[in-house]
Every structure is written in structure tokens, then in C-alpha cells.
Design a protein around this ligand. Structure first.
Ligand code: FAD
Length: 563
């Protein structure tokens, strides 16, 4: 059997290695347009920042090592420029000589990835404008920084790659401005959670221009100017464009494969395309999101690697199926970790689902053991069925662990309230006897069993301020005096039982505290004393992050920056 693979990185290299492990006699050829195979895309921003110091660390394998260990023939600087499905051949271009040749196949796997979106606008081909996809892109960017010593960078796009670049460029001492069209960074997060990301970036000197779009660029003597839709312009020494990716589908088009969202390749769950003997994997393919049941494009390394393996399995006669991609991801933003999976609240609502959400701010580990830090956990689930729809967690230590637990629970179709039952490893340096994931389960269980009512930051304006309800802050006097929400009276939790007579019976009570725990206890006291009580989801810390961002958005920029 002769298998050709287009693209020698995440999906392609994974497929090749699995093929060899399953079939010692197969002839396996990888074609890779760039000079490197099996390189670490995910590490590229860290080479720019100097965290990864050695260029050689960026490649996990070389053609020689692939041949030595796996007898895989990896041909770099060779681009497959056409596929002939009828004749079962591909046309290959040797990029150094321009020479063309043909290669036949029994099975073909396409893993060409996705290319950075580069809209047709003035100045887009400036030499001072960069995109990041390959090792070559990285080296070009790094050389520019090393030799020209730019003092400032404008980043267009606030997704994963943009934010990793922002951090790494700050590490190199550049002033960084991010221009982002929506009112928030990281589209996979909800606005409320994204405000925590905004605050972290601003604290680290990154200037944010949200609700702004770039319309073009112009080289100037000492840098490059970006023009905004508002009519303003921003000057910088370099521009990094990271406004998303689109499937690299030129071969799929040439082979007449069925295409889906944004021209991605349509595959079944065995990773077979619409044309016999052609498989496709990775960022170029359309996947099913098992949470929404809808088709989607999700560009992540884990899915690409797994799909490569599944394509290889099926080629070798193993009946292997891809379960879909929920989009579990994690990113480091300075000292903070941001992780998410499944649907955000806004995506779930857009999909027409009736949802509920909980936000909590538990400690990363037992608070009496040194170094514990709060994390903010948001869980979205379907009302009635209690199907877990998604989670977003932002904090410091232990964020990735909790996110992965919830992701595993979602894969196993565990209902939201059953998070309370999970038996999770505990010792004080790592967690609490009731882990944050259990805590989320307890809250959901309380809500579902009518032991707890809650209200959210975006419902606050709708809660009457005419005296028909009681707004209660149960933090200590000192915390309250430091700052509080207008219209909330203060009765510290520990005094509540003695001061119940100060609350007018018959009026619902909306309670807030710093993290949501004291207000929950207050609600239990109040409910058992005949009051209708609602607990503020996420606590005052969360409220402040969101409300400061909103104030900041209204007053323009810059806000909250510590340069
Ligand atoms: P790729 O890994 O991109 O490989 C495609 C290869 O195909 C390319 O090398 C390309 O040169 C080659 N190619 C294309 N067309 C041809 C052709 N016609 N002939 C020959 N060769 C061709 N994901 C995460 O999960 N976590 C992360 O932290 C993360 N960080 C990232 C950081 C950066 C800077 C980038 C760019 C991506 C990151 N990703 C991350 C995404 C992840 O790298 C991709 O989802 C994954 O690599 C996709 O695998 P793939 O095989 O589909 O494509």
C-alpha cells in the first residue's frame, strides 16, 4: 500500500506515524511545503518572546529522524499543487528548482492546515506586517525584532495567537496595542469572563482598542501606520495580523471534494472525504461539535492529531471514529491561565438553547495552605435536561485541571448536578476537600432543587431600585466601605440573624458578598426565616471586573493600564 500525506505537521505527522505502527510494509510519503516537518506551531510565539531560546527546539522531528525511526519519506520544500482523483496521482512541485513530478497513491491524506486570514486592504503586503503560521514566519518575525529592535507593535486580532504574541512581545520590551473589532478579546469566552482577560492585559501594559477595526496600512519612514474605521490612525514599528484562519483548501478544490463552512473539507467520522481513498484531517476539515450537534471549524492541535490517527486506523482496516470537537483549550496570559470548553453562554443562546449558568470564585487549593489563589469558574448547562454545555475558567494554578475534569464529564454525558459527586484527588497543596468542580455541582444541585435562587450581573439593572426589593451586601463593614454597589445596604453575615428585623418582610432580598459563599449562607438563613432570597452569581469581585470594563468601554481608552 502506498499512502501519500500532504502536510507534515500535526495531523499529517500523526497519521504517518500511526500508519507505520500499524503497517510495516506500507510506503509512506509526506509532502511538506515548508522547510520543516513536525514542527511545534504551538511553541512558535514563545520563540519570538525568547522563552524557547533554541531554534532547533521548534522541530520535533527532521526528515532524517522520521526515516530512521519510521521509514517515512518526508519531503520538505515540496508542494503538492494538484490532485487527480481519477488517476489517483498528485502533482508535486519541488519549490527550490520549480521542477514538477507526479506521484501515484492508493490512499491520500490531506492535512494542509489553515492559513492566516489576510484581507485585501491597502498596505497588507508591507514588509513590516507579519502573520504567524510556520517556522519560517516565526524566524522572519524574530529576525526583524532582533535586528530592527522595534519599540512598538500593533496586534490586529485578539484571539489565541494574538494574545500569545502580545505576551511574548511585552517580554521583549515592546509597547503593544491590540486592535479588536468586537467589544471583547477571545471570542470563545463570554464577555463577562473576557473582562478578566482585558484587566490582566492592561495591568501588563497592553493597550486595548476594542470595538475598532483596521481598514488599511501605510509604510512610513520609521514604521507603519494603521488606519482605523473611526478615522484615527495608530503608528507602530511593526504590525502582526492575527484575525483568524481559514482552511487551506486549494487542493480540495482541485480534487473536487465536497466543501463546507468557509470552504473546509467535508469528512465523515472516519475522516473520509467525499472522494474515495482521499482522507482529510486537521484545521482544513469541518467537524461536528458534539455539544451543539452543529457543524463547526475548530483549529486545535489535539483534534488534528487524533484525526490523523483515526484516518490511519481506517486506512489500515481498523474501524475508528471521530467523536467531534468541543473546543477544549487553554492559554497562558502572563501569569494567568484561561481555559474553556464547549459552548459559551452566547453561543448556547445563539443555538436556541435554554440555559442556566453558575459563576463561582473558589480557591485553587485549601486556603490555609500557602499560595492559594481564587479562580473564576463559569459553567453553562441546559435547563431541564441539565446537560453540561460548556465551561470557562480563569485563574492561576489548577485552572487547566478543573477545565479538563469538566471536559471529561461532558464527554461522558454527565449531568451538571453530578459534578458534585466526582471523587477528585485532594491534599491541601492541590485542592480542597470540596474541589471547585464539586462546588459548582453543589451550586447547580441547590439551584435545581430550589434551595438557592440566583441573579447575575446583567440582571442587576432590571432589579427594581424603588424600594420594593431589598439589596443586601453581607460582607464585613470594612469591605463594604472600601467599595460597594449603589443601593445595597450592609449587614455582615455574622450579624444577620440578630438583625433580621431590619429587613422588611414580604420583600425579596438580593444578596451579594465577595465570592458568593457568604451570600449563599445568608440566603439559607433568610430562606429559613421566610424570606425569598437571591444570591449574586460570581460575587462582588466578578461584578467589579465586569462593571469596571463597562465603565471603561463607555469612557473610551486607555483604562486601568499600568505602563
Ligand atoms: P498544520 O499543523 O498547520 O500543518 C499543515 C502543514 O501543511 C503546513 O506545514 C503547511 O506548510 C503544509 N501544507 C499545506 N498545503 C500543502 C501542500 N499543498 N503541499 C505540501 N504541504 C502543504 N493549537 C492548540 O491546540 N494549542 C495551542 O497552544 C496552539 N497554539 C498555536 C500557535 C500558533 C502560532 C499556531 C499557528 C497554531 C496554534 N495551534 C494551537 C493550532 C494548531 O497548531 C493547529 O490546530 C494544528 O497544527 C493543525 O494541524 P494540521 O495538521 O491541520 O495543520
Amino acid at each position: 500500500m502506498k499512502v501519500l500525506i500532504v502536510g507534515g505537521v500535526a495531523g499529517g505527522a500523526s497519521a504517518a506515524a500511526r500508519l507505520r505502527r500499524l503497517d510495516e510494509s506500507a510506503q509512506i510519503i509526506i509532502f511538506e511545503r515548508s522547510s520543516f516537518v513536525s514542527y511545534a506551531n504551538c511553541g512558535l510565539p514563545y520563540y519570538i518572546g525568547g522563552v524557547i531560546e533554541d531554534e532547533s527546539e521548534l522541530s520535533l522531528q527532521a526528515p532524517e529522524s522520521l526515516w530512521k525511526r519510521f521509514r517515512i519519506d518526508a519531503r520538505t520544500r515540496q508542494e503538492v499543487c494538484a490532485v487527480d482523483p481519477a488517476g489517483k496521482t498528485v502533482t508535486v512541485c519541488r519549490l527550490d528548482s520549480g521542477e514538477l513530478y507526479q506521484e501515484s497513491y492508493d490512499k491520500l491524506i490531506l492535512s494542509p492546515g489553515a492559513k492566516p486570514v489576510k484581507p485585501d486592504m491597502p498596505g497588507i503586503n508591507s514588509e513590516k506586517l507579519f502573520t504567524l503560521r510556520t517556522v519560517e514566519d516565526t524566524l522572519r518575525m524574530r529576525r526583524y525584532i532582533d535586528s530592527r529592535k522595534p519599540g512598538s507593535a500593533l496586534l490586529v486580532g485578539g484571539g489565541y495567537i494574538g494574545l500569545e504574541l502580545a505576551e511574548n512581545l511585552r517580554e521583549r520590551g515592546l509597547r503593544v496595542t491590540i486592535v479588536q473589532q468586537p467589544d471583547q478579546l477571545m471570542n470563545t469566552l463570554d464577555y463577562d469572563m473576557a473582562t478578566l482577560v482585558h484587566a490582566k492585559l492592561r495591568q501588563n501594559g497592553v493597550e486595548l482598542r476594542l470595538n475598532s477595526n483596521v481598514t488599511g496600512f501605510e509604510d512610513s519612514e520609521d514604521g507603519i501606520k494603521a488606519f482605523l474605521g473611526s478615522g484615527e490612525s495608530i503608528s507602530a514599528d511593526m504590525v502582526l495580523l492575527a484575525i483568524g484562519v481559514s482552511p487551506d483548501n486549494s487542493l480540495a478544490l482541485s480534487a473536487g471534494l465536497e466543501l463546507g463552512i468557509k470552504g473546509s473539507i467535508v469528512v465523515n467520522d472516519r475522516m473520509e472525504s467525499s472522494v474515495p481513498d482521499i482522507y482529510a484531517v486537521g484545521d482544513a476539515v469541518q467537524i461536528k461539535n458534539p455539544v451543539s450537534g452543529q457543524d463547526a471549524l475548530i483549529s486545535l492541535a489535539g483534534p488534528a492529531n487524533k484525526q490523523g490517527r483515526i484516518a490511519a486506523d481506517n486506512i489500515c482496516g481498523i474501524d475508528s471514529h471521530y467523536a467531534g470537537t468541543m473546543g477544549s483549550s487553554v492559554i497562558k496570559i502572563f501569569d494567568m491561565t484561561v481555559a474553556s470548553t464547549g459552548l459559551s453562554e452566547k453561543a448556547a443562546r445563539a443555538a436556541g438553547l435554554e440555559i442556566d449558568r453558575v459563576v463561582l470564585s473558589p480557591s485553587s487549593h485549601a486556603s490555609y495552605y500557602p499560595g492559594a489563589k481564587n479562580m473564576t469558574v463559569k459553567i453553562i448547562y441546559e435547563k431541564g435536561s441539565l446537560k453540561l454545555l460548556g465551561a470557562q475558567i480563569i485563574g492561576y494554578e489548577g485552572v487547566d485541571k478543573r477545565l479538563d475534569i469538566i471536559s471529561a464529564a461532558m464527554s461522558g454525558a454527565l449531568k451538571a448536578d453530578r459534578l458534585k459527586e466526582l471523587e477528585l484527588a485532594y491534599a491541601p497543596p492541590y485542592s480542597s476537600a470540596k474541589d471547585p468542580v464539586n462546588m459548582a455541582g453543589f451550586i447547580i444541585d441547590n439551584i435545581e432543587n430550589a434551595r438557592l435562587g440566583q441573579f447575575h450581573w446583567d440582571e442587576l439593572p432590571g432589579i427594581s431600585n424603588d424600594g420594593s426589593v431589598i439589596r443586601l451586601d453581607v460582607r464585613t463593614r470594612a469591605e463594604y466601605e472600601l467599595s460597594h454597589i449603589e443601593g445595597f445596604i450592609n449587614i455582615p453575615l455574622d450579624d444577620l440573624r440578630e438583625r433580621l428585623s431590619e429587613l422588611e418582610r414580604g420583600k425579596p432580598v438580593y444578596v451579594i458578598c465577595q465570592s458568593g459563599i457568604r451570600s449563599y449562607i445568608a440566603c439559607r438563613v433568610l430562606a429559613q426565616n421566610g424570606f425569598e432570597c437571591y444570591n449574586f452569581s460570581g460575587g462582588y469581585g466578578f461584578y467589579r471586573a465586569v462593571s469596571e470594563e463597562r465603565l471603561c468601554g463607555e469612557s473610551g481608552y486607555p483604562c486601568g493600564m499600568e505602563k
